[in-house]
Design a protein around this ligand. Structure first.
Ligand code: 4AD
Ligand code: MG
Length: 479
């Protein structure tokens, strides 16, 4: 067997010494022809491997370069150096893969995140991305654990679909037809009957509608899968391909929905705080250094860990859209015309600058906004008695803005159909969806958490492109 090795995290995690261990990993640095800092991805803390002077020929030593992969066997001994309790005294050393130092793009120095994005295939080998992706993993695990503990069923909804769940028309088409010469109908439109599925299809924007079907039998379900939006948003919070968690619950109203969402967010943050302390401390320090580059008034008031603890220990602020509009309209920020989009009237959609003002300046904590005007929300949201608003809820997080979007669903068939007609959404095509309202309909609700926005929030990374391994955004589908 080749891979009988110890994880560096385990070796460094105890004071135990005087035993033999085999480690494999990649060289971060090699000093004085004697000290190798070896990393195997289990932690940012490198294992110091000590090679005795004269133990190896010059020809071997020359191949111990940044990026090379090694197998080292040796004795775990107390370390005299600073920063670690133990180190490995090499008894045998094998170079598994060479790395030409003239060509390896990662040098043992600080690289900008922009540069690292261009070499995303190698950026896993930096401390920052090691930490980000270990935390991302932990959050994914915590999400499944949270729902499993609550008896939810994990549901896989289709990635290729014929429906536009959000009705926003931001879909990537899926087809096997020839681009240049697709078959045409008599009226000149494309004849999708000839296409692979015999109809027009697209990549899913949300698994919600299918989630609702399952919730009408399994009661509590959640999805966790990739979703796709062809919106041309070049921002630090938008991706064309992102992962979303969408729980959907029968016999739930908006209040139940808010309580679950808040508990859920706190649970996964606490999980990371407990299980990723080293990585979060590293990221906190990284963020602190990044913040020092900013002018005083733009720096965050709390450090990363402090912010996460604050969020888990305090209730989210709840208010209606209407109350939020009043706060924004009356704010000095608005009066002094500091918003790019002035708030003048009820009914306008909130821009991220407004969301961030509410959470960062006004309340200084996460906010749940409810009961939005119906004209800025999707067709499936439950209509309130006022005739103007729907039972929507968005959760806004400091530094991010909208992190969750959800609602109580319209369970009354007649109301749903009339709203679909008003919004020009085909009731024929969604007849299967309407069946849920025909047979044993019940109050139900759900929400979607943008996974990358959550990872951003927990890791403190400023750009969403740095929390997914291979980001997809306008004009970029590298790797
Ligand atoms: O608010 P959205 O569009 O809601 C839905 O898709 C509903 N079907 C969810 C539901 O009720 N089941 O998206 C939900 C969340 C947003 O709050 C945001 O966090 C994230 O998904 N999101 C994006 N994340 C990254 N890039 C994008 N382009 C995103 N669009 C939405
Ligand atoms: Mg939304």
């Amino acid at each position: 067997m080749f891979n009988k090795r110890s994880r560096i995290k385990e070796l460094l995690g105890t004071d135990r010494t005087g035993y033999e261990a085999v480690v494999m990993g990649w060289v971060r640095t090699f000093r004085n022809n004697q000290f190798i800092a070896l990393n195997d991805g289990s932690t940012n803390n490198n294992l110091q491997v000590v090679v005795e002077l004269g133990q190896y020929d010059e020809s071997i030593l020359k191949r111990i370069t940044t990026g090379a992969s090694l197998k080292v066997t040796g004795e775990v001994v107390p370390s005299l150096g600073k920063g670690q309790k133990v180190e490995l005294k090499a008894s045998s050393l094998e170079i598994i893969g060479d790395s030409d130092p003239e060509k390896f793009p990662l040098q043992p120095k600080k690289h900008s995140l922009e540069f690292l994005r261009e070499i995303a295939h190698l950026r896993f080998r930096t401390n920052t991305f090691g930490s980000v992706f270990r935390v991302r993993h932990s959050l994914a695990f915590a999400i499944h654990q949270f729902f499993n503990e609550k008896g939810f069923v994990y549901l896989n909804t289709p990635i290729i679909t014929a429906s536009d769940a959000e009705g926003a028309g931001e879909m990537f088409k899926v087809t096997t037809l020839e681009l240049g010469t697709p078959p045409k109908n008599e009226d000149g439109s494309i004849d999708f009957k000839e296409d692979f599925f015999g109809r027009a299809t697209n990549l899913t924007v949300s698994g919600q509608l299918e989630g609702e079907l399952a919730a009408m039998a399994l009661a509590d379900v959640y999805t966790f899968g990739p979703t796709f939006r062809a919106e041309n948003s070049n921002t630090a919070r938008h991706l064309a391909e992102f992962w979303m968690i969408e729980p959907e619950m029968a016999f739930y109203d908006l209040e139940d929905n808010m309580m679950l969402a808040e508990e859920f967010i706190k649970y996964i943050i606490s999980y990371a705080l407990t299980n990723n302390a080293d990585d979060l401390n590293f990221l906190a320090q990284r963020l602190e250094e990044e913040e020092k580059q900013k002018p005083q008034n733009e720096r965050s008031e709390m450090g990363l860990i402090e912010k996460l603890e604050f969020v888990t220990n305090n209730n989210f602020e709840r208010l209606t859209y209407t109350e939020a509009i009043d706060i924004l309209r009356e704010s000095n920020h608005n009066k002094k015309k500091k918003f790019q989009y002035q708030i003048t009237e009820w009914g306008v959609d909130l821009q991220s600058e407004h969301e961030r003002y509410l959470v960062e300046k006004h309340f200084k904590k996460p906010v749940i906004l409810t009961n939005y005007p119906k004209q800025i929300k999707a067709f499936y949201m439950r209509q309130n008695d006022d005739g103007k608003t729907v039972a929507a809820m968005d959760i806004l997080a400091p530094g991010i803005g909208e992190i969750v979007g959800g609602s109580q669903r319209e369970e009354r068939l007649d109301k749903l159909v009339s709203r679909m007609n008003e919004m020009n959404i085909s009731t024929d095509e969604l007849d299967w969806y309407l069946d849920t309202r025909r047979f044993g309909s019940c109050p139900h609700a759900g929400f979607g958490l943008g996974f990358e926005r959550m990872v951003q929030f927990v890791t403190g990374m400023t750009n969403i492109r740095d929390v997914i391994p291979f980001p997809r955004f306008p004009k970029n589908a590298e790797f």
